[in-house]
Write a protein of this length. Structure first.
Lengths: 485, 485
């Protein structure tokens, strides 16, 4: 990039998936493959229906606002954003503008990017309702109202990112925040996260604190994956630099573009001049309501431990490496699993190893989530207990783990004294040497050419170990020991 | 023998003592409905297969009533008197209708209104103009035109109305009956097709104050589907009708009622204002104190514009759901925008379209401050002024309109600034959400005229009782049109 600095801002929309009902409707808030099953009359704007605020959605939004270190409002208002589109049955969206203030304004967030702590300023966070989803076919479009009215949090950052890495690292950070705080699954595969990206470039050396130097803002709408955000930013920076180089940048107007995944380019939609006037006004059917200090306190106290807190705990308290800690906290469900293991009494380091290596490996291999994984923390403990009591060697433990996963049977079935094999080489060698030491006659016969005496030795080992000796290893060791004599 | 011209309590006693059955009442109401339909064109739908219901201790059980066609009625055509919903059959009942169903009341027709409650003439219904039963050449005023005509003509003792500016209280005056809208939020608006949400009120048209109290007691109450409702369970309007008003303080506004301010006043207007003074004398005879107060003329003159700006703005947004896509006749066109345009162009009357254009204009970013926000400020000033009056007075008493019902084919009158406020002052009751009731107070040229009593929010019992006492001191209680011609 050299001569230029990119200024990048994000608008991150994340569905609040963890409430029972929608933002202003009693319909179930749940992702469903079957269209139009989670719908109440208000979601399709039948005449006479009215919005009713979901307090739980407001609570979660206020919690997110606190995590982002935003200021919370004294009174809660909602506003109407008026426009016509087939996915918007009322002809307006209930949302929040910046005046009166939304659930959060002027925050600051720390996030980690390539091992470095960085900061981004948050302009505002607001709670709104999602639109219906559209499926376009050759000459028709289908509308699914399941998504209409689902609570949505829109987070608007200041243009504090300088490259795609930072922007994506921030998005990953926020996804983790929403998951850890119990606000959203934040699953982009389910369309729960959608972003608008704005990019401008300025010449290096100019004062970055002065917005006049930031260049012309280009907003790119509807980028629906983190990979898409990365590609969009990289493409747009390059495109704008090229305009600078050819001298066309000064003519470029403030504009809205969209990301076209197929061509990997951004496509011009409209200029700032043609921006839609949404005619915002306060939603009259929702009386403003006071956010009490007591309620805010209650919400603050209920913020769960977030990924960064857990990571710190894993390093400082559990003695894990920074790398292992990062792997464990990346997904909340995995971290929860790990914490459960530790709670059950498995040694923190041992548990970390099992979870981050064996279990994550298994999940990746089978392409399943930890919630669908057969081995529970309690079952894992059966294995680690057997390990620490010497009942299993580490190799055996892995075998038991594999067997339990394969046969979907609790590990203890494979580690009881009666049926656990002895596969420990030194232990078997010890037993065999002892037997051979007391079998001078048989050794002589064997050496004299009676091969079937070998079976006698095997029988002796089995008798001695009550059949638990690993037969393959037993034969190997017997051959080796007999050769020595 | 007719029953439908009697009061609710009288009919209830007759039902209880089995002198008449609910089925007989329904039959009579339907016969009268057809008669009045021929003469007044008051109905959109006549429920010919309505059946009587069980008579219980509930005063409304077994008794027929009418529903303004902007209430959602399950399985029954509900048009809002608009072509945009001419075939719309809702699948849910408005809360008010649900409550009346539960009380055992029997709906027998859906009454015509000015399209979606917009308009004060009763002439913009998609089924044609409603005629006044006192004189078929005259209008009922609106928008609750059909409900008012039917109650005045003795079709049933009460009908549901709605009131955004004066839509219950002005037609009540023109039809010589009682029209009451309680404090905003006392009756749920769930299922009422919206016009302007911050001004819309549900209410009733009856032939006596006691009947208005009885019906309102049944339909009021907090509703989980309407956030603007409040708990009124401690309020009992029927019991509040004691007639004890000695020492109550009323006031009237000099700038609205002073004859000398109307330079070109018609004979009718002068008579109306004289008659109003006679009503004040009746109030004094009852032991009430009646004072004249003065309100800044500038503030009063701004009132009609404030109403227009706020109500049109909210209406343009509220009615954006009428696209013909989810419900209503599907428009023609190659894409959704053309389809919506076609639906709305064909569906709405010119009056509504004009209001949408103005509403949209005052909400535009560049105009909002000057029009919409200023209108809200003046609304606040007016409400504050009225609240100040309510510190000293139980209620404001004022004449309704400029006299009796106007001729349907009269040339459009030119209102000057004074007559405009006389015509529109009831809208202040909607600005503040004040309880407001119109009762008949005489005849001019054999046509009824009315007087309005408006009190402070939540003071409905007081307002109802004052109206009850005043009504008892005059001869117009339970009056019906003897011969419709």
């Amino acid at each position: 990039m050299g001569k230029y600095i990119a200024k990048i801002g994000l608008e991150m929309h994340c569905e609040v998936s963890e409430t029972n009902t929608k933002a202003f409707s009693a319909a179930k808030n749940s992702y469903s493959e079957i269209p139009n099953t989670n719908v109440r009359p208000v979601d399709m704007a039948f005449p006479g229906t009215l919005p009713v605020v979901n307090k739980e959605a407001v609570r979660m939004a206020l919690m997110a606002s606190m995590i982002l270190n935003c200021k919370q409002p004294e009174y809660m208002y909602f506003e109407r954003k008026n426009y016509y589109y087939p996915d918007l049955p009322k002809g307006f969206q209930i949302t929040q503008e910046t005046k009166p203030i939304p659930v959060g304004i002027y925050g600051e967030v720390e996030y980690e990017c390539d091992g470095e702590l960085k900061k981004v300023r948050v302009n505002n966070l607001h709670l709104e309702e999602d639109a219906a989803s559209l499926d376009h076919f050759y000459d028709t479009s289908n509308i699914d109202y399941n998504r209409a009215g689902v609570p949505l949090l829109e987070l608007v950052t200041e243009p504090d990112f300088h490259n795609a890495n930072e922007a994506v690292a921030f998005l990953e950070h926020m996804r983790s925040v929403y998951q850890y705080a119990g606000i959203s699954e934040a699953d982009s595969k389910k369309g729960q996260i959608r972003c608008d990206v704005n990019v401008s470039i300025m010449e290096e050396g100019l004062d970055e604190s002065d917005p006049k130097n930031w260049g012309t803002k280009v907003e790119i709408k509807n980028v629906n994956s983190f990979g898409g955000v990365r590609d969009t930013i990289n493409y747009e920076i390059e495109r704008q630099i090229e305009l600078k180089e050819t001298g066309e940048y000064e003519q470029m107007e403030q504009q809205t573009r969209r990301w076209d995944e197929e061509s990997g380019t951004t496509i011009y939609m409209r200029s700032k001049v043609d921006a839609i006037d949404y005619k915002y006004f306060v939603e009259p059917n929702i009386p403003k309501f006071k956010i009490t200090k007591e309620w805010l306190k209650e919400i603050k106290a209920s913020i769960p431990e977030l990924a960064m807190d857990r990571k710190k705990k894993y390093i400082d308290k559990f003695g894990l490496s920074a790398y292992d800690a990062s792997v464990l906290v990346k997904e909340k469900n995995i971290s929860d699993y790990y914490e459960e293991c530790v709670k059950l009494g498995i040694d923190a380091k041992v548990a970390a190893n099992w979870v981050s290596v064996n279990i994550v490996g298994e999940l990746n291999k089978e392409d399943i989530t930890i919630k669908d994984f057969y081995i529970t923390p309690a079952m894992l403990k059966q294995i680690t207990d057997a390990l620490s009591s010497g009942l299993l060697s580490s190799k055996q433990a892995k075998e038991v783990f594999a067997k339990a996963v394969e046969e979907q049977k609790e590990p203890k079935n494979f580690i009881s004294k009666e049926n656990a094999q002895i596969s420990d080489e030194s232990e078997l060698t010890k037993i065999i040497v002892e037997i051979l030491d007391n079998s001078a006659t048989q050794i002589e016969q064997y050496k004299g050419g009676r091969d079937n005496i070998f079976d006698y030795f095997v029988g002796q080992v089995m008798k001695n170990t009550r059949g638990k000796a690993n037969p393959v290893m037993t034969k190997e060791i017997l051959h080796k020991e007999l050769d020595k004599r | 023998m007719s029953y439908m011209d009697k009061s609710i309590t009288e009919i209830h006693e007759l039902l209880k003592s089995k002198k008449v059955t609910s089925d007989e009442l329904v039959k009579e109401a339907l016969e009268k409905t057809h008669e009045i339909q021929d003469k007044c064109n008051a109905f959109v739908t006549i429920l010919d297969d309505a059946k009587g219901s069980e008579v219980t201790d509930n005063l409304l059980s077994g008794i027929p009533y009418g529903v303004k066609d902007n209430y959602s009625t399950k399985g029954i055509l509900s048009t809002g008197s608009s072509n945009t919903l001419k075939d719309y059959v809702p699948f849910f009942d408005a809360t008010v209708v649900e409550k009346l169903n539960a009380a055992g009341a029997v709906k027998v027709n859906k009454t015509a209104l000015d399209e979606f409650g917009m308009g004060g003439t009763g002439t913009t219904c998609h089924t044609g103009a409603v005629r006044n039963p006192w004189d078929l050449k005259r209008m009922c005023a609106g928008s609750s035109a059909g409900s008012s005509a039917a109650v005045a003509a003795g079709v049933y003792p009460y009908a549901l109305g709605s009131d955004t500016g004066d839509s219950i209280r002005k037609p009540a005056a023109y039809c010589g009956i009682v029209g009451y809208k309680p404090t905003y939020g006392m009756i749920s608006r769930y299922g009422l097709f919206p016009y302007a949400s911050s001004l819309d009120h549900c209410g009733v048209l009856t032939r006596s104050v006691l009947d208005a109290a009885i019906v309102t007691d049944v339909i009021k109450g907090k509703d989980k589907n309407d956030m603007t409702t409040w708990d009124s369970s401690k309020i009992n309007l029927e019991k509040a009708c004691t007639g004890k008003v000695k020492g109550k303080k009323l006031c009237y506004i000099k700038e609205i009622t002073d004859k000398n301010r109307y330079k070109n006043a018609s004979k009718e207007l002068l008579e109306h204002l004289d008659n109003f003074q006679k009503t004040l004398d009746k109030a004094r005879e009852l032991g009430m104190i009646v004072d004249e107060v003065s309100v800044d003329e500038k503030l009063l003159r701004a009132e009609p514009s404030v109403y227009n700006i706020i109500s049109y703005a909210e209406a343009t947004s509220n009615l954006s759901n009428l696209t013909g896509i989810i419900f209503g006749p599907r428009g023609d066109g190659d894409n959704y925008i053309e389809m919506m345009k076609d639906h709305r162009t064909k569906g709405f009357s010119p009056l509504i379209k004009r209001r949408f254009v103005i509403g949209s204009y005052v909400l535009q970013k560049e105009n909002q401050e000057r029009y919409f926000k200023n209108a809200q400020r003046v609304r606040r000033l007016l409400v504050d002024r009225w609240k100040e009056i309510f510190k000293d007075y139980d209620a404001v008493i004022l004449p309704v309109s400029q006299g009796p019902a106007k001729l349907l084919d009269a040339p459009k009158e030119e209102l000057d600034e004074n007559t405009t406020i006389l015509e529109e002052h009831l809208q202040i009751g909607n600005f503040g959400g004040f309880p407001s009731i119109t009762i008949p107070n005489g005849f001019i040229n054999n046509l009824p005229v009315g007087v309005n009593i408006t009190g402070n929010c939540y003071d409905d019992e007081n307002v109802i009782n004052i109206a009850y006492a005043l009504e008892s001191s005059m001869d117009y209680k339970n009056q019906i049109v003897k011969e419709v011609k």
